[in-house]
Design a binder for this molecule. Structure first.
Ligand SMILES: *Cc1c(COP(=O)(O)O)cnc(C)c1O
Length: 451
């Protein structure tokens, strides 16, 4: 019998994954011989079959996060596709009743190829190109989130030129001036950055007036996204209050009661012991209560709410498995464990100091744990996957390491730096692995190089 323990969010985890259990996908457990099974498939077997590095995604974990969100939030839940999108992922979230955020013609093309219904798609982006907008109109994407005065004009013109008589539903992205207190590179709700229309300067109200003046556009609501990895729920509550206040001002000025309010994503995920993860069952009542309070205060009906979790849906479902290529000790005594991937498959540590939990898989851990620095294979000293990983003292070349919580913003941010081939994505479910995205090949690289 597998012994059960509960993680911080109340999910049952088969033991024993020790203190790291809450960073593993929901189905993970360690079997005899030290092997870790995800979705019923051993990570060592995956490394054998598909090579390393390899991104592994636990389908049951993704689906469970989706249903938890759907149960917790009364309104609409839209998955932010930029976190990780492929056709299979689009179908999973579709089946679980979520909507989908895209922010480029490319993401839209994948959604479209998966048959994701247009009316459940929202398009975002602070600098949508004419190609992005045309692709959205061509597929009749449900809502486009407007982000600049130029875009209001450009979109209205494109809709008019299409000559279909269809009015495009839009939201206006507002910058509410709320600081989510996450890393500056992923803080998007404060003044003085490139997203949306400022609330305090009056730009947001101006934008609303411009949109209402365009018959091609149908303003259905407002949007804000205060940042990513926001651990403080009060930041979402404050943003909600300010947004409802703005909705009330719009009603007073234009006589329009906008039916929708999209409060964005950014719900935090725990990557390390000291991180505070957010559970939808705790977030939803607080955010919904904040909206309801503000609506009562401003005598308006409660709008239909949308939330847009990205990482909270897909981060923990993912694990990246690497093979150790070499172990070195520096003159200062620091232990460097170098693996066969790095900043090309995971640029987050270099971009914003992201930090991870790392585990030895495929064999039992022996030797006292020691502080190790897990580095990648790229030609930069900044190619560090984990600066402070506790790994068994006998880690050696040929071992497998799993970096946890890599289901969001990893494959989607991967590059070909050093002309390294991007890793495959393998879904695991009920004992069966399924290749969702194959490994890149030299031929892929050369296909775009026209000599
Ligand atoms: C990135 C983004 C999200 C998702 O952010 P997470 O931190 O992954 O939840 C949601 N909405 C918008 C507009 C975004 O840009």
């Amino acid at each position: 019998m597998v012994e059960k323990q509960k993680d911080m969010l109340g999910y049952e985890q088969p033991a024993p994954l020790g203190s790291a259990a809450r960073f593993w996908p929901l189905t993970a457990h360690r079997g005899p011989g030290g092997e870790v099974f995800v979705g019923g498939v051993g990570l060592g077997a995956i490394a054998e079959r598909y090579g390393t590095p390899v991104h592994v995604v636990d389908e049951a974990d993704v689906r469970r996060r989706c249903t938890d969100y759907r149960r917790a939030f009364g309104g609409e839940v839209a998955y932010a596709g930029k976190a990780f999108l492929c056709r299979a992922m689009a179908r999973w979230i579709l089946k679980e009743g979520l909507s989908l955020d895209v922010c480029s013609a490319g993401e839209l093309a994948v959604a479209r190829a998966a048959g994701f219904p247009a009316h459940r798609i929202l398009m975002h982006g602070n600098a949508k190109t004419p190609r992005d907008l045309t692709a959205a109109l061509d597929y009749q994407a449900g809502r486009i989130v407007l982000d600049s005065p130029t875009e209001v004009i450009r979109l209205a013109a494109l809709v008019g030129a299409a000559g279909t008589g269809r009015r495009q539903q839009v939201l206006v992205r507002v910058t509410p001036g709320v600081d989510g207190h996450s890393h500056p590179a992923i803080t998007t709700g404060t003044e003085d950055q490139q997203f949306g229309f400022s609330l305090h300067s009056g730009a947001a109200e101006d934008a609303v007036a411009r949109v209402l003046a365009r018959p091609e556009l149908d303003l259905v609501g407002l949007h804000c996204h205060i940042g990513s990895q926001v651990e403080r729920v009060d930041a979402f509550e404050r943003a909600a209050g300010l947004m409802v206040e703005l909705l009330a001002r719009i009603r007073d000025r234009h006589g329009r009661t906008l039916p929708q309010l999209d409060l964005g994503g950014g719900h935090a995920v725990a990557y390390r012991d000291y991180d505070i993860g957010s559970a939808p069952a705790e977030l939803a009542p607080r955010i919904e209560a904040a909206v309801a309070r503000a609506c009562t205060a401003h005598h308006r009906p409660v709008p239909r709410l949308t939330v847009e979790p990205g990482r909270a849906i897909s981060a923990r479902a993912g694990v990246t498995v690497y093979r150790v290529i070499s172990v070195k000790r520096s003159t200062s005594g620091r232990v460097f464990v170098a693996v066969d991937g790095g900043m090309s498959d995971n640029p987050r540590p270099a971009l914003y100091g992201a930090s991870y939990t790392v585990a030895l898989v495929g064999r039992p851990a022996t030797g006292a744990a020691r502080m190790s620095t897990v580095v990648g294979r790229h030609c930069e000293a900044g190619d560090v996957l984990a600066a402070d990983a506790y790994l068994p003292g006998d880690v050696h070349a040929g071992d497998l390491l799993a970096v946890l919580c890599t289901g969001a913003y990893h494959h989607s941010m991967a590059s070909n730096y050093n002309l390294v081939l991007r890793p495959p994505v393998v879904a695991v479910h009920r004992g069966t692995p399924r290749l969702l995205i194959r490994r890149e090949t030299d031929a892929d690289l050369l296909r775009r190089d026209l000599g």
